[in-house]
Design a binder for this molecule. Structure first.
Ligand code: AHG
Ligand code: MN
Ligand code: MN
Length: 314
């Protein structure tokens, strides 16, 4: 016989109860909950996806999977006139759009489906969300109030932070997000690294940094999906993910607004750091929705080490 119902209700903390206990403001609680529910719809779409390229190109000139656009449509329509969201910006749209009457409290940024090129391989992919209380055209430290990401893997997990620590939930059989790891804290130093970009495109300073990690015995962990790759660093409580400045693209590949700010918010709440090699990601001012930045994110020691190697190149 499984746990009896009374045990179930007392020992299990679900997402809504945790946010209430955490003192998260009621409209923010409802917004985070709504987005967590969308994760279930997106997961259903992944399961039934036809995995065909949509024949579209996003503003970065990258092929868009039907799944990218479906995920974006689901998220945007769920938040449209939700009462909490005035504007929505996503990696799949050319610009920020109004989805409320303009008086709502929050602005939501989204990478609706991160790692979509991996869908056909059945590797884990994810959704990345940033929640801002005022203009997104500022630095994240001023505008952000919460962030979350959902990992669609063997389990569906969600890590959120509303500024009071970072916490993980697992979607259970009953469709409830149940607390699995509370107040996640990264160690000062880890033992894995996740290096994006091609070695031949790395700058000399970055190459020397990666060689140092390898000679120090760090294990390489890279899937090509930012969400599962950074999730591994967080769940293993340390290590480093990087997608650096490249010789031909000094701003690297990942999007500041949709991918880097939310992950930097969460990792800082877990006691880690996130920089572009020099500046904190959350201190970078967002000038345009499609702005990119190099990223070094994870436990403090490795991010600091990266900064030392890169400063020697100046
Ligand atoms: P998206 O699927 O949202 O476009 O993101 C893909 C990104 C990110 O998930 C990952 O870290 C990076 O692309 C991988 O780039 P490479 O294929 O160059 O390794
Ligand atoms: Mn992405
Ligand atoms: Mn994406």
């Amino acid at each position: 016989m499984g746990e009896n119902i009374s045990d179930y209700s007392q020992n299990i903390v679900d997402l809504r109860r945790h946010m209430w206990m955490d003192g998260v403001e009621v409209e923010l609680r409802r917004l985070i909950w709504q987005i967590a529910v969308v994760g279930k719809y997106i997961s259903a779409k992944i399961h039934e996806s036809n995995r065909k390229l949509a024949g579209f190109k996003n503003i970065y000139g990258e092929e868009q999977l039907a799944l990218d656009r479906v995920s974006d449509d689901i998220l945007k329509s769920k938040l449209h006139h939700s009462g909490f969201v005035s504007h929505y910006a996503s990696e799949e749209l050319d610009d920020i759009v109004a989805i409320g009457n303009g008086k709502e409290k929050y602005i939501v940024t989204a990478d609706p489906l991160d790692g979509s090129s991996l869908v056909d391989t059945n590797l884990a992919i994810g959704t990345i969300i940033g929640i801002h209380k005022n203009s997104i055209f500022d630095c994240g430290r001023n505008s952000m109030v919460a962030a979350l990401y959902i990992t669609y893997g063997p389990l569906i997990t969600m890590i959120y932070s509303a500024g009071k620590g970072a916490h993980e939930f697992v979607l259970d059989r009953e469709g409830e997000y149940v607390l699995s790891e509370e107040n996640i804290r990264l160690k000062e130093k880890g033992s894995i690294f996740s290096p994006g970009g091609l070695r031949r495109d790395w700058t000399d300073a970055h190459l020397k940094f990666i060689d140092k990690l390898e000679s120090d015995g760090y294990k390489l962990r890279y899937s090509g999906g930012f969400v599962p790759d950074i999730n591994q660093v967080i769940i293993k409580r340390g290590g480093l993910f990087t997608y650096p400045a490249l010789k031909k693209s000094p701003q690297g590949k990942l999007r500041l607004l949709f991918e880097l700010q939310p992950m930097a918010f969460i990792v800082e709440q877990a006691g880690g750091r996130a920089t572009d090699g020099k500046e904190d990601i959350l201190s970078l001012k967002v000038a345009s929705v499609n702005q990119r930045a190099p990223i070094y994110i994870g436990s403090a020691a490795e991010v600091a080490m990266a900064g030392e190697f890169l400063s020697q190149s100046l």
